[in-house]
Write a new protein. Structure first.
Length: 98
């Protein structure tokens, strides 16, 4: 399966959040980028963050961060567990970044 584009990931995240239109696109993209950076820094190969298998994890990360400035934005246990799974599976499959 071909890698998803940034636009496709944004569309899937918006769908998961029930958001239509493009008013929040810039904000959502910032949270998507931050979530992907966390995943990569945690050992998930960069390419894997553009895979359909990672979309749910990215969505969970965006939901965790999007708290409208209440100061409670942090990644949930389910997000962190999924990041670990994606990193471990990538290592076992030998698909990690070289």
């Amino acid at each position: 399966m071909a890698a998803l584009t940034d636009a496709e990931i944004l569309t899937k995240v918006k769908s998961g959040l029930g958001i239509s239109g493009n008013y929040q696109d810039d904000t959502l993209q910032i949270y998507i980028d931050e979530t992907r950076a966390f995943m990569i820094d945690s050992g998930v190969p960069s390419a894997k963050t553009y895979d359909n298998a990672a979309v749910g994890c990215i969505l969970r990360g965006v939901i965790d961060l999007w708290d409208y400035g209440s100061g409670t934005g942090k990644f949930s246990e389910s997000f962190n567990m999924r990041v670990i799974q994606l990193a471990v599976v990538s290592k076992l499959e030998g698909t990690g970044d070289e």
